[in-house]
Design a protein around this ligand. Sequence first.
Ligand SMILES: Nc1nc2c(ncn2[C@@H]2O[C@H](COP(=O)(O)OP(=O)(O)OP(=O)(O)O)[C@@H](O)[C@H]2O)c(=O)[nH]1
Length: 203
Amino acid sequence: MQNAYEYVSSAKLPTRFGEFRIHGFVEASGQEHVALTYGAWSEDDTVSIRIHSECLTGDALFSTRCDCGFQLERALQNMVKQGSGVLLYLRQEGRGIGLLNKIRAYELQDAGMDTVEANEHLGFDADLRDYSICKTMLDTLNVKHVELMTNNPKKLKALKNMGIDVVARKPIDHGITDDNIRYITTKRDKLGHAFDPHLLKGD
Ligand SMILES: Nc1nc2c(ncn2[C@@H]2O[C@H](COP(=O)(O)OP(=O)(O)OP(=O)(O)O)[C@@H](O)[C@H]2O)c(=O)[nH]1
């Protein structure tokens, strides 16, 4: 493989929400990522996108410890409702520390630490994610102008730094539960996420 990131192949992906296409990408390290697309656009259009980092527990195992699964579902539903959109699904589990380290971090959180303290106790930064593959993915999918579904300012900054025109941010305040309210307020207070204060009034 000559480039740091490469497109591999695409196929139909029917889902419970509608029929998407799935596009595979690989890093030089061998790490695999996927994008889902719904509908069609041209280069001048602003496309609604979600960049979502892997969360096996939330996305596939129905966990309510975090808001990940709720946001993933809402993002796909939004794309279908709007008639088009792109999901960049990045395989950087646990904000980059990996699945088993996330479970170690959960054990520390069960004993009283917050999500940032737990990462740091394990010797990791609070957030180890890298968004550089998004440029290859968006270029391959002919997306130049985006509306990003996120509450995370780091994702907006990363896209702008790689030359993507971020036209707007669309909040994705979905899936706040009693189980994840501390996780969400810690994201707001320590990681800089934007949340509608009305949704967090009970914290
Ligand atoms: N280390 C760690 N990672 C977690 C924890 N809970 C969830 N995660 C991970 O956090 C990441 C959340 O990713 P996203 O949903 O893309 O993004 P976000 O930073 O919350 O930003 P939004 O776009 O606003 O949702 C996933 O990789 C999850 O696996 C936790 O307690 N500790």
